[in-house]
Design a protein around this ligand. Structure first.
Ligand code: NCD
Ligand code: ZN
Length: 345
């Protein structure tokens, strides 16, 4: 197979940032994706519908003329999100989900939730209005080993949450462990999972062996090879509730290549090529269209994009960096050649 046509994909987990960086990266995402679930972890975070509306306008203003890219907004859940804000979000038409960052789990998560019991009423409102909860699934705390945070979250936080809120719809985002993969490919219709290209392609050796590679550093951190294999199997399984979420998370070059480097891989412009590489390695290119273009809209109750794109087997040179506004942004696989690229219209 040398070409593959699929519905123009959507990204169900994308960081677009703000200001000059937003202006630089929004057109790059919009060149690939039709819609994207936009992460609310700005500083300060997007916690109200009013802030989401203003951020949405800034995103639209950053798009090239004629772009039809649609930002699907989210609210950042805090210990004190009022249930009335959830009702307003559900009525807004442009807020499609609420994001849970456990406090301290990742980049810009200081305002995150310290105890989900404090969010009981907000979560009950989400059940009532059918607004999904998008979860950064890591338990935090100094005693918890960084490689065990996702499994600890699933056992200690996620299962009790699903028991307390039986109608809550949940996306376990950027699944990184075999346990997470097994959970989201089970038969619980409330649960879906997104998979990043880096977690399908790499394990923690790629990050740590032969030198520390900051551009492979993201949260949740890359896991063991057995986890990667389980993730690839889940993502390519044809299960209807697994879909594409790049977690493309641009940081200025100096913030990544640093004595205390930020977590986040920048992949949006090359993500489809990376997913094609992973799916081809699994012998499952034929399943990429559902993963990238159909399963996500089905979960969110949105139409599948009518427009199509074509991937072709042709070399794609990944640049050393992209302009990022104030400083360059180095993508994953900078300077390398990828085997698949999007055919330009
Ligand atoms: C994300 C970021 O930089 O905002 N970083 C990351 O490593 N994935 C935050 C997140 O999604 O965890
Ligand atoms: Zn993210």
């Amino acid at each position: 197979m040398d070409t593959l046509t699929l519905p123009r994909p959507d990204d169900w987990h994308l960081h677009l940032r703000d200001g000059a960086l937003l202006e630089a990266v929004a057109p790059q995402a919009a060149a690939v994706f039709s819609r994207a679930i936009i992460m609310p972890n700005l500083q300060p975070p997007v916690t109200t519908v009013e802030q989401a509306a203003a951020y949405r306008q800034r995103i639209l203003a950053a798009l090239p003329a004629g772009s039809t890219f649609e930002p699907l907004m989210t609210l950042y859940l805090t210990d004190n999100t009022p249930p009335e804000e959830i009702a307003r979000a559900a009525a807004s038409g442009f807020v499609h989900a609420v994001k849970l960052y456990p406090a301290g789990a990742t980049t810009h998560s200081d305002a995150g939730v310290t105890d989900l019991l404090l969010c009981y009423d907000a979560l009950a409102a989400m059940e009532e209005h059918g607004l999904p909860l998008l979860i950064h699934g890591e338990r935090t705390g100094p005693e918890l080993d960084i490689f065990e945070r996702e499994t600890a979250f699933i056992d200690d936080v996620l299962q009790p949450l699903l028991d307390r809120h039986p109608r809550l719809r949940v996306v376990l985002e950027h699944v990184t462990t075999a346990e997470g993969a097994e959970l989201v490919t089970g038969d619980d219709p409330r649960l879906a999972g997104t998979f990043t290209p880096q977690h399908l392609l790499y394990n923690r050796n790629d990050l740590l062996v032969g030198g520390l590679k900051p551009h492979y550093y993201c949260m949740p951190i890359l896991k063991r090879e057995a986890d990667r294999e389980a993730l690839l199997e889940a993502a390519t399984s044809g299960h209807p509730r697994v879909f594409l979420g790049t977690d493309s998370a641009p940081h200025p070059q100096g913030a990544k290549e640093s004595a205390c480097g930020c977590a986040g891989c920048y992949t949006a412009p090359i993500a489809l090529s990376l997913y094609a590489e992973a799916f081809e390695a699994a012998g499952a290119l034929g399943r990429l269209a559902d993963f990238a273009g159909r399963n996500g809209p089905a979960f969110y109750g949105l139409p599948v994009n009518q427009e199509t794109v074509t991937l072709e087997r042709a070399p794609l040179e990944v640049p050393a960096s992209y302009p990022g506004g104030d400083a360059p942004v180095v993508p994953l696989r900078a300077g390398e050649t990828l085997a698949w690229r999007l055919r330009q219209p």
